[in-house]
Design a protein around this ligand. Sequence first.
Ligand SMILES: C[S@@+](CC[C@H](N)C(=O)[O-])C[C@H]1O[C@@H](n2cnc3c(N)ncnc32)[C@H](O)[C@@H]1O
Length: 221
Amino acid sequence: MEEWAEKKVEHGKKKIWIGELSRELPASTQFDGFDISDAQYPPASWYGPNTTLSKLDIFKPLPEELVGKYDIVHLRFFMTVAKDSNIGLVLSNLEKMLSGHLQWVERDWLSKFPKTACETDDAHTQMTAFLHKWFNEADHFASASLNVLAHQHETPLPVYRKPYNEDNLIGTKAVGEKITDPGQKEWFQGMLRQCVEEVARGWWVDFEIVIVVGRKAMVGE
Ligand SMILES: C[S@@+](CC[C@H](N)C(=O)[O-])C[C@H]1O[C@@H](n2cnc3c(N)ncnc32)[C@H](O)[C@@H]1O
């Protein structure tokens, strides 16, 4: 099990979990992928065999047919969506889907940045402090009746610093478009422009990948 968990993270490479595993595990293994939007995933034909992709809002009551259906549930990069106030709901639904293990993988942007920033700091530091906070999934696993089996921090190989940074800026731009306060929006967009200029001058971000694996508690545990 640990081998399986580590294999799919491999120093934080941005692999598509279902796409890789469905080619490696026996053809009898079924893979179901979910997202709130079907605009987010590649065509099903690009995946390996035995794969379905469906829409699911993880904040809504879980459809009955998914209850207890999965040996393994894998969630990655949901920190921008989940908050301390609703992570309990996310974990409760994921735990309902399970008969076995949950693996949750996140980037901890703050692992290599100061937790707060001031206006003399570079744009990346200011944006990171503004956008990101860290919640510790492992702390929340216990309240969802999940026993934590592994809690690892991995630093991606240096070659991934630049692509991850660019990926982060695409997400950051999308977040900025949702800001309603005009002054804050203007500040945000100015910072983003500076970040893009910094990238052109060779800027990159360093960060850790955090992997938590939990097992559904058995009756009496
Ligand atoms: C940062 S992306 C991560 C995508 C992918 N898991 C990965 O590792 O590359 C977050 C994803 O969560 C999806 N999402 C947002 N709200 C959701 C919800 N309520 N239920 C399910 N998925 C949601 C978004 O559509 C988006 O594809």
